[in-house]
Write a protein that binds this ligand. Structure first.
Ligand SMILES: [Zn+2]
Length: 126
């Protein structure tokens, strides 16, 4: 079952909780704080104009860049885990490995090797 339990905000890295609800899609999660911040930026033409052509990392120190790397990796790992949960959901609905592979543009065997859980779904014949 896919839940938001234990997930982090993909934009600030804060873990979701009862007090910090997350919403998301395609594996990315976002907290209300980030929604508010990005909404304000996106709806402020002056702010958008000021940011045009610049990126937050342009002004970050080396220490800030380094400190951000584990958050990027945690977000990437969360997305990879979500893809596995999604494939589990497909398999629970009896979608074949062949169809999953076809959707991803890989062979049935390649899809199975990438997503089958060790000790779990071993039905790579379907
Ligand atoms: Zn956030």
């Amino acid at each position: 079952m896919i839940t938001r339990e234990g997930k982090i905000c993909s934009f600030c890295g804060e873990p979701g909780s009862k007090d910090l609800q997350l919403v998301g899609g395609l594996g990315a999660q976002i907290c209300v704080s980030c929604v508010d911040d990005f909404h304000a930026i996106l709806h402020d033409p002056e702010e958008m104009a000021a940011r045009k052509g610049t990126f937050p990392w342009d002004t970050m120190s080396d220490a800030e860049l380094l400190a951000t790397l584990p958050q990027i990796m945690a977000s990437a790992e969360q997305n990879t885990a979500f893809a596995h949960e999604w494939v589990d959901l497909l398999r629970e609905r009896s979608i074949s490995w062949a169809e999953i592979g076809r959707t991803l543009g890989v062979s049935r065997q390649a899809a199975w090797e990438r997503f089958a859980r060790k000790g779990g779904d071993k039905t790579h014949t379907a």
